[in-house]
Design a protein around this ligand. Structure first.
Ligand SMILES: Nc1ncnc2c1ncn2[C@@H]1O[C@H](COP(=O)(O)OP(=O)(O)OP(=O)(O)O)[C@@H](O)[C@H]1O
Length: 306
């Protein structure tokens, strides 16, 4: 079943489109990623889908309803992660969850959510006293307290340390396993690779690719790199003439071979044949970063105006 259907979405500010003919659909039970650099139009798109902004063009349906016209009805079916600034510093964690639960017709037991999100001991703590990670987890718990069918999570793990990020990822997988469709807005490639079934890559207001992270990576048409430390001398010409090898370079004790296709097998076989033992052999796989560069011609973290 299609949960979200966006067709030709346009949003302009001052006459200029910041979201330009964006189309995608999200199936029930998916974790759908929205990835892109600052200013690419991710938040604007998601806020149009949430009914928080009025689009200038296109059509959007969420659970078969219009996000702007049917906003009230949808608010019971959709969970939205709040921006940090929207909770008063003095509200207690338990009070915030109780308050948010009161907005919904069929809320979840928020005490169970506190347990699940590792906030049980913080029930009486004031929001302002929480660490960055605890605040972040509270915002996710608040997005889930209405027992939504779809949850929009924006910058899920910003401010969390590596262990807390991994723990959060596991919880998001459980949220999905419980039947919630998740739309995840993220800057983080590793997060998207780990969690998302499919990802829409945004750049300058448009979707430049939409596929599974694995397919986006395997479609990268660029050299891969094989690195190793040779334990006996050899002539680079041994490798440069092999099929698929583009270049051979050295950095200190390391040899770096750039190539495509099955070049790595050819390289290791040639070294073995010439009795050149090697150490620290590794192939550097392409990443989503490489996919982004291949799609846009720019590094992911490059400034929009660079
Ligand atoms: N209310 C507004 N008025 C004018 N311009 C806006 C408004 N909201 C967003 N923009 C502009 O629209 C563009 C897209 O912004 P948006 O917040 O959707 O990007 P984003 O991809 O979510 O970026 P980030 O990752 O930084 O949140 C930016 O150039 C931004 O300055």
């Amino acid at each position: 079943m299609t949960v979200i259907e966006v067709n030709g979405l346009v949003k302009r500010y001052g006459g200029l489109p910041v979201v330009n003919e964006v189309s995608f659909s999200v199936a029930e039970g998916e974790i759908f990623g929205i990835l892109g650099p600052n200013g690419a139009g991710k938040t604007t798109t998601v806020e149009c889908v949430e009914g928080l902004r009025r689009p200038d063009g296109g059509s959007t349906r969420v659970l078969g309803r219009d996000p702007v016209k049917d906003r009230k009805e949808l608010s019971h079916l959709v969970g939205v992660q709040l921006q940090q600034s929207l909770l008063p510093e003095n509200i207690k964690v338990g009070e915030a969850l109780d308050l948010f639960a009161s907005f919904y017709r069929t809320p979840k037991d928020w005490r169970a959510l506190l347990e699940e999100w590792g906030l049980a001991e913080k029930r009486q703590a004031k929001f302002g006293s929480l660490s960055g990670g605890q605040k972040q987890r509270l915002f996710i718990a608040l997005a889930l307290v209405g027992d939504p069918k779809v949850a929009f999570l924006d910058e899920l793990t910003t401010g969390l340390d590596p262990a807390a990020r991994r723990a959060t990822w596991e919880l998001i997988k459980r949220v999905r396993a419980a039947g919630v469709t998740v739309v995840l807005v993220s800057h983080f490639m590793d997060e998207v690779e780990e969690l998302c079934d499919r990802v829409a890559v945004f750049d300058r207001g448009r979707i430049v690719a939409l596929d599974s992270p694995a397919n986006l990576i395997s479609n990268v048409d660029a050299d891969q790199h094989l690195r190793f430390r040779p334990l006996a001398p050899f002539d680079d010409a041994l490798l440069t003439r092999l099929p698929g090898v583009a270049s051979v370079s050295r950095s200190g004790e390391q040899v770096i071979v750039a190539g495509r296709g099955d070049f790595a097998v050819a390289v290791t076989s040639a070294l073995a044949r010439d009795q050149v033992p090697v150490a620290e052999l590794r192939i550097e796989q392409h990443t989503l970063d490489d996919a982004f560069v291949a799609l846009t011609g720019r590094a992911f973290d490059a400034k929009e105006d660079a």
